[in-house]
Design a protein around this ligand. Structure first.
Ligand code: 28F
Length: 637
């Protein structure tokens, strides 16, 4: 066995300082040290393997979560180069793992790297933030291995044997002195890998979770690429045309787009740049929308579907019921926006726009049945838009006549400062009464709702405005809906849904969330929507203050502390069982309550949930209602 020379020169000292900086300010490199940042470590390593797949050399990536939260990522690419740099005397592989932004530097010149995680920071950051890393490379007829502890090389690259195969295996344990938790969430990783597999046609990604008694496994490989992606997204929806449209253009900025219309009324366009989900959109999305509007209007005119006297279809008409995935590869992407997920490169707009203009127009000419089916849908959307406008005007006129915009059922708060104001949307009349009495009327408003909510998945905007359940919510929030929604006009900084912890409560919660998701999405994106968390149990014992417990575990813990003797356990079935004081103490007092913030960082997952819940297929619905809290993360106490 030969050992590569390993000396610490000036370069190497710089390296150590670099990785020390990563350990000092991990957030700057991976966003956060929460479970989200933890997952980013895995994405960084997997991204490197995906790059090797995009370069055409890797077909399989296997990810394992072992007991103790050890991650192993294995690929069958060429293996990271093992040759020694003549100046630094250090192997290319070790350089990749110890020099900050090494990947970027190499990539800039060679054009090797196109993918890359949200932060695109590379392997050295993973190394810096891990208790240990072990890299095994098979190439040039040998097996090579190197290892690190907290970013420092403990075993430089060493040849440990022979092999005819090629590939890279990276094993690491994240640093528990840096991350809040090492508990990887299988479903989160699974979702990301499914997405990556969709975006890289033919690449197989498998994930295996061996932490629990019964292992979990998932295997993703899609020969259809984006078309498979669309089929997956539209799985529970009724389609306007059977086969997804696919258009692509190679070149300096490769573009791939797949589109399929469904009978739903919402628009779901997912955009990716270098496999990164650009949640905030950007120039690629702008180019797409502009071209889409033009192509369909041009087609409708030239085929006399729109007559001379007719007005053009608006972009929103043409996007009603669309599901689309746009994937572009940009050499030097500029990411902007609050979460750095908005593409800024201005040249991309024109590239996508002209590509869609040409390719989609050609597609429509060649597939007149599909074109006609989609345009029928667009025209009925335009009619509905007109009806909605009239309904809206009616609402505005009515409220102008009544001289007050606020719904009668709303018990408003005295403060008019949205930053401190909260509105509780309360299910049921009796709970609404208790909430009105128990609240702090200075800053807490109560809006009682009852009965079955309108299913917004199946309704257009005109129905929403006229709906007697939702209209008060719209007026109370005060910022309009849909494309009129203006977050600066919200009357309450916190919109809190307070419903029972039973199936009916879960239903009303989901319906309201669906409504917010569809018609007031910025409210969720901006973090203004919360779920109140009423207690499940009250433990009473003579001579002791009552203890409220919010979970079974809390109850068990409390019982273990105070003993079970002479303790009365009351199980709350509904909010209505609590008197105003109890409701204030347990669920509304900012000092004591538990609020769950509804986050929207994964719009795709949420849409899937809502669709299954509300869409046409009844089968998977019950299951989802029962695990209703899936899209609710971040405990904000
Ligand atoms: C489990 C994680 O990291 N796989 C990788 C390669 C292959 C090459 C490479 C990686 C080019 C010069 C820096 C091989 N042969 N899986 C991985 N597979 N990096 S990472 O090159 C890295 C840059 O040094 C590779 C020829 N060119 C590139």
């Amino acid at each position: 066995m030969e050992k590569y020379e390993h000396k610490y020169g000036a370069d190497q000292i710089q390296v150590l300082e670099g990785l020390e900086a990563v350990r000092k300010r991990p957030g700057m490199y991976i966003g956060s040290v929460s479970v989200r940042g933890l997952h980013h470590l895995v994405y960084e390593i997997v991204d490197n393997a995906v790059d090797e797949a995009l370069a055409g050399y890797c077909k399989n990536i296997h990810v394992t979560i072992d007991k103790g939260n050890i991650i192993t990522v294995e690929d069958d690419g060429r293996g990271i180069p093992v040759d020694i740099h003549p100046k630094t005397k250090i192997s290319a592989a070790e350089t990749v793992y110890t020099v900050l932004h090494a990947g970027g530097k190499f990539g800039g010149d060679s054009g090797y790297k196109v993918s890359g995680g949200l932060h695109g920071v590379g392997s050295s950051v993973v190394n810096a933030l891990s208790q240990w890393v072990e890299v095994t490379i098979q190439r040039d007829g040998g097996i090579f291995q190197m290892s690190f502890e907290r970013g420092k090389t403990v075993k430089p690259l060493t040849r440990i044997g022979d092999s005819k195969k090629t590939g890279t295996t990276v094993k690491f344990l994240a640093d528990d002195t840096i991350f809040e938790t090492l508990q990887y969430e299988f479903e989160v990783l699974e979702t990301r890998f499914r997405e990556m597999a969709f975006l890289t046609k033919g690449l197989r990604i498998t994930i295996e979770d061996l932490r629990e008694e019964t292992p979990k496994k998932a295997d993703f490989c899609f020969e259809g690429g984006l078309v498979s992606f669309i089929e997956y997204l539209n799985n529970n929806k009724e389609k306007i045309h059977p086969k997804p449209i696919f258009i692509e253009r190679q070149g300096e900025v490769p573009v791939e787009i797949s589109i399929q219309y469904t009978t739903s009324y919402t628009e779901n366009i997912y955009t990716f740049v270098n496999n990164i989900n650009t949640i905030e959109g950007g120039t690629h999305l702008e180019g797409f929308k502009t071209a889409l509007t033009k192509v369909f209007n041009d087609y409708a005119r030239s085929h006399n579907i729109l007559k001379e006297k007719d007005e053009n279809l608006k972009g929103e008409d043409i996007r009603e019921g669309i599901t689309a995935v746009i994937s572009v590869k940009v050499k030097e992407p500029q990411f902007e926006g609050q979460t750095k997920t908005k593409l800024g490169n201005s040249e991309v707009k024109g590239i996508v726009q002209s590509m869609v203009n040409d390719a989609l127009a050609t597609f429509l000419e060649e597939n007149p049945n599909t074109a006609k089916a989609i345009l029928e849908k667009c025209i009925s959307a335009a009619r509905a838009r007109e009806a909605a406008r009239k309904a809206r005007e009616l609402v505005r006129r009515k409220s102008a006549l009544e001289n007050t915009t606020l719904p009668g059922k709303l018990a408003d708060c005295s403060s008019k400062n949205p930053e401190e104001c909260e509105v509780y949307i309360v299910e049921g009349d009796s709970a609404g009464g208790s909430a009105k009495q128990g609240r702090d009327r200075r800053f807490q408003a109560i809006l009682p709702l009852w009965g079955k909510m309108l299913n917004v998945e199946k309704s257009r905007a005109d129905k929403i405005y006229n709906n007697d359940k939702l209209n008060p919510v719209i007026i109370a929030v005060g910022a309009g809906i849909g494309s009129d929604f203006d977050i600066t006009k919200i009357r309450y900084g916190k919109v809190i849904i307070m419903a029972d912890a039973d199936v009916d409560g879960a239903h009303i919660r989901t319906l309201l969330l669906t409504f917010f998701f569809r018609y007031m999405r910025p409210l969720i994106e901006n973090g203004n929507v919360y779920l109140a968390q009423p207690p499940l149990f009250k433990l009473s014992k003579k001579g002791m203050e009552d203890i409220y417990c919010y979970t079974d575990e809390e109850r068990d813990k409390a019982l273990a502390e105070i003993g079970t003797e002479n303790v009365t356990i009351q199980r709350y079935k509904g909010l209505g069982e609590m008197n105003p004081e109890q409701l204030w103490e347990t669920t509304m007092d900012p000092a004591r309550r538990i609020l769950i913030k509804v986050t929207m960082d994964d719009a795709m997952k949420a849409d899937e949930t809502f669709t299954i819940l509300m869409g046409d297929e009844i089968g998977p619905r019950r299951e989802f209602i029962e695990q209703n809290a899936k899209y609710v993360k971040n405990l904000d106490i």
